[in-house]
Design a protein around this ligand. Structure first.
Ligand SMILES: [Mn+2]
Length: 327
């Protein structure tokens, strides 16, 4: 028996997961999950009843969110109904806090995760995966009628912080901010908020270094951006030491922008064992998950088996890193 590592390997669940899907996670030795609540499950009773269902399988929800609430263009772009959007965000935070879930999300992506196609790529072993060609995405028209500058995005972010952080402080809720994916300057007329480690530092300074604003450290986004995003190993050290890392997306890609494919852990350009060893060496103790991976053939479990394969890979990397470090 090996010592239980301090990093909490978790898996994604949606609030409409079946009992069998939850049992499958328990069978994999998963104890922690993050929950994406469906739109129809964002009221207190629905959140609580799902938390109760998780409990039956000894699954602990470490963090949660609802994509419609946190990927709300009105908040990101300062549209007329943003106050209503922020109020919904704050109300859902209150519900999650009451249900005992201490971390929620924000991603400044009014257009979601941008993708050229989901298809078999050159590096995906005949599995369907996310493929991005930034030059192709750059040809797409404005999504919201005009160009939104980076200055405006920072102003909108400050407006959100001023109204969300006081509520977070009151209820003990932390916000994990995810980078823009792909992390490039501007797509569809929207200048992206977080495309580098420097942008994160600016965001934390704007929050006056409040402990209630942290990050989802998406290794995938860091690797997509390459040097323009930062140095993944140095940045892990910096942000873990500054207590900014609330969760980790552990993911590999084939190359940096402008063109990349999402791959299995062992097939991307990064040596993920080095990344894991750095998290262990820096004493990171929060949740970590696979983010997205190529999807396996449907009759053999599709997304569930794809996630299981990569989660097992991460658990093995973690156990090796812990054993090697003696921590
Ligand atoms: Mn991610």
């Amino acid at each position: 028996m090996i010592t239980e590592p301090k990093i909490r390997i978790q898996q994604q669940v949606f609030s409409d997961y079946t009992d069998d899907q939850l049992l499958f996670l328990k069978q994999m030795g998963i104890q922690y999950v993050y929950v994406l609540f469906r739109d129809q499950h964002t009221d207190y009773d629905s959140v609580m009843s799902f938390v109760e269902r998780l409990r039956k399988y000894q699954l602990i929800p470490t963090d949660a969110g609802n994509r419609t609430i946190y990927k709300n263009p009105a908040i990101h772009l300062g549209l007329p109904d943003r106050d209503e959007g922020i109020e919904r965000f704050n109300n859902f935070s209150r519900i999650l806090a009451k249900a005992g879930i201490p971390i929620t999300y924000m991603t400044w992506e009014p257009n979601g995760v941008l993708t050229s196609k989901y298809a078999v790529g050159e590096h995906t072993r005949d599995a369907v995966a996310r493929i991005v060609d930034v030059d192709q995405l750059a040809k797409e028209p404005y999504s919201h009628g005009r160009l939104f500058t980076k200055e405006e995005m920072w102003e909108n972010f400050q407006y959100f912080l001023d109204r969300a952080l006081p509520v977070c402080e009151e209820i003990g809720m932390k916000i994990a901010l995810h980078p823009n994916d792909p992390p490039v300057q501007c797509l569809k007329g929207i200048n992206n908020l977080i495309i580098s480690a420097e942008d994160y530092k600016k965001a934390f300074a704007m929050a006056k270094e409040s402990p209630y604003l942290g990050m989802k450290l998406c290794v995938g986004c860091w690797l997509e951006g390459g040097a323009q995003f930062g140095n993944i190993l140095e940045d892990i050290k910096y942000f873990v030491e500054h207590d900014k890392v609330l969760s980790v997306h552990f993911r590999n890609v084939s190359s940096c922008v402008p063109k990349f494919e999402e791959t299995l852990m062992e097939d991307g350009y990064m040596d993920m064992y080095q990344v894991m060893k750095q998290f262990v060496a820096c004493g990171y103790e929060g949740p970590m998950n696979v983010d997205h991976v190529p999807e396996f053939v449907a009759s053999c479990g599709g997304k569930d088996s794809a996630n299981a394969y990569s989660t097992g890979y991460i658990k093995a990397l973690l156990n090796c890193a812990v054993a090697e470090s003696g921590k």
